[in-house]
Write a protein that binds this ligand. Structure first.
Ligand code: ADP
Length: 430
């Protein structure tokens, strides 16, 4: 039935019933009784309508779907429709609130900073990353002009020039920030910030590494080229000089070879294309081999002992051999003749440890934290004389990192050093 009929038919029927009742009363008891009954019923109906109107008014003050009265007569339908309207509204509101909460959480977790400003750059909202990057506090700075909050000449120029297609890189509060303004909705603008400090640091490291590596290679190369030029200019060079030159050239070429091999090893260790291949490593045999190699290098100039009290581990045999071997050869290279070197593989309180203790030249406190940097050497000439590349400890550090471990160094200048490769208990087999 048409909604209009749905309302009017029962309403008119009810009115008809009132008249009918009044008519019957009139007919049975006379006019006064009929009219009185009609008045009484009409008044009652009016009071009922007013009561519902009052309830509706009260409900409108706190329009919650669960608090709607049932109603009577036409009110039943009115309240039912209001109920549906309100329930849909509440559902929409809940969905909206959920969506907003999700959006806020996403914005909270976003590593990029996002700040929303109006057309005259008053801050309306920003996420925690923007607070961190720009040193803002939303509660305190909301409604303040962004150019008063970020007092950086380059940033102000960026805003004045309005060339927002390009991001701007700033040094701000000790960090490298990439910022960009994106206008939207005609009257609003988004300020996006990205912290590029880490990328910048890696880029600087890469530049340093290339500069250092080129420098390291240039020296032996210059020597080789020099000898070759001498040999070309003097074809009749006597045999002894020629042999001496060839020997020196070979040494320099081998130095370049070692450097390149170490650089390749390092880049392999850092590359995700070479994931760690775990296998069961027989550490006892490994330490024996490392000690044998160290003795061969020492050629009887040092006393070299080893003890193995620890278990086998899961890891890469080649990588561990290279790490342990590096520590042992370093001990030989930096310990004067007559010194002693002790290798030990044992269980720590919560880990596994391979330590190399020597009675060598030791290291001054100030250098210790930098030893694992590429090409960092305390004494460049001693390192070169003993065929060092300056990359050994960087390799050790990377190998241990890949195995979830670390390198600890304790040393005193003139007293000797202890280098310890610490592996986690998770390296234990099975
Ligand atoms: P290098 O090829 O120069 O030995 P490493 O990375 O192996 O390069 O070591 C870096 C520096 O750490 C060395 O140049 C040396 O100064 C210092 N060093 C390493 N091991 C020892 C040690 N056992 N005793 C004293 N100094 C050491």
């Amino acid at each position: 039935m048409h909604p209009r009929l749905l309302f009017w038919v029962p309403a008119l029927l009810r009115l008809g019933l009132v008249f009918l009742a009044a008519g019957v009363a009139w007919w049975l008891f006379g006019m006064v009784a009929g009219l009185s009954l009609a008045l009484l019923i009409t008044m009652t109906l009016l009071v009922v309508q007013l009561a519902y109107l009052h309830q509706l008014g009260e409900w409108l003050d706190h329009p919650h779907s669960s608090r709607l009265p049932d109603g009577w007569g036409s009110w039943t339908d009115v309240f039912a429709r209001l109920y549906r309207l309100r329930r849909d509204d509440e559902r929409n509101q809940n969905e909206l609130a959920e969506w907003l909460a999700r959006f806020r959480q996403a914005m909270h977790l976003l590593p990029e900073g996002v700040a929303i400003m109006d057309d005259v750059l008053f801050l309306e909202w920003c996420n925690p990353a923007a607070e961190r990057h720009l040193g803002l506090t939303l509660e305190k700075d909301k409604g303040r002009r962004v150019t008063n909050l970020i007092r950086h000449p380059e940033f102000i120029d960026y805003i004045i020039l309005g060339r927002y297609e390009q991001p701007l890189t700033l040094s701000f509060r000790g960090r490298k920030l990439v910022v960009q303004i994106i206008p939207f909705e005609n009257r609003r603008q988004i300020l996006v910030t990205h912290d590029a400090t880490e990328t910048e640091r890696i880029e600087a490291m890469r530049r340093d590494f290339i500069a250092n590596a080129s420098h390291e290679l240039r020296t032996p190369l210059t020597v080789v080229v020099g000898f070759l030029e001498i040999a070309m200019a003097d074809p009749g060079m006597d045999e002894r000089t020629r042999v001496a030159h060839l020997k020196l050239m070979t040494e320099q070429a081998q130095r370049m070879q070692r450097l390149i091999e170490d650089m390749l090893t390092l880049s392999r260790l850092e590359s995700s294309d070479y994931p760690l291949k775990r296998e069961r490593v027989d550490v006892k045999t490994l330490v024996e081999q490392v000690a044998l190699d160290a003795r061969a290098l020492s050629n009887g100039r040092h006393t070299i002992d080893f003890t193995v009290d620890g278990p086998d581990v899961m890891g890469s045999l080649d990588e561990l051999r290279s790490a342990f071997g590096n520590l042992a050869t370093n001990a030989v290279r930096y310990t004067p003749e007559g010194g002693s070197i002790k290798l030990a593989w044992e269980r720590g309180a919560n880990d596994l440890r391979f330590s190399v203790a020597d009675t060598g030249i030791g290291i001054d406190e100030q250098h210790i934290s930098r030893l694992t940097e590429r090409f960092y050497r305390v004494d460049k000439s001693r390192s070169r004389e003993t065929q060092g590349t300056g990359l050994g400890l960087a390799i050790v550090k990377h190998v241990l990192l890949r195995h979830g471990g670390k390198l600890t160094i304790s040393s005193q200048a003139g007293q000797g050093s202890v280098f310890t490769a610490v592996l986690p208990n998770t390296s234990l087999p099975g």
